[in-house]
Design a protein around this ligand. Sequence first.
Ligand code: ADE
Length: 237
Amino acid sequence: MAIGIIGAMKAEVEGLIQALAPVSQTTVAGLTFFQGELVNHPVVVVQSGVGKVNAAMCTQILIDHFSVSAIINTGVAGGINPKVAIGDVVIATHAMHHDFDVTVLGYDPGAIPSLETSCFEADPNLRQIALAAACSIHGDKRTHSGIIVSGDQFIASTERKKTLAQTFNAICAEMEGAAIAHVAYLNQVPYSIIRIISDQADSTAPADFHAFVAQIIPGLNQIAMEIVRTYSDCSNR
Ligand code: ADE
């Protein structure tokens, strides 16, 4: 079975798509799914578009139409915990929606009524493989793991950043991971989120985001390929 790889923006998936051989394309609901082999293992790579609805729909299609065995979400993120610097890699332990708010009804921030959990744990095996791949390729000092939070907002203020750190103990913020984790959880499909820090989610974030995205993604692609290789080898044993 293939592994699904989701990136929101073109810059986050184009290197992986170029590395696919052989490759075929299928379009579903306006999204183009690229099926092929990465490091000799079957994958489906797709650009979901930005934001949680796009990411959720894309994840469900990967599961229903392509029967993927696992899902990796790759891309950039804004640093929330002061220990992460631009260019560092973060592997999710869990993912949460930071903009899901029914606190006025007595729920915790991010809690989704009717779900047993709203803090979606990444697959332990995939997470361990991702961490090992990132540490060996990127170095342990530039690799971190923790709670990744997602919302339909680009975070660019020190105040909002502080709130996300205090409320969710978040290490970084992006706009898709929790939606992917949420759908993966409901379908009982293993998932992992690997992100590289493009900005510090403060007032410098918009400029840094534009300056660094293209520069830092190739390093993350190498890690994604190593995860595919190791995870597929383990699963086929
Ligand atoms: N992706 C990269 N940087 C981000 C930020 N600051 N906020 C949300 N998503 C991001």
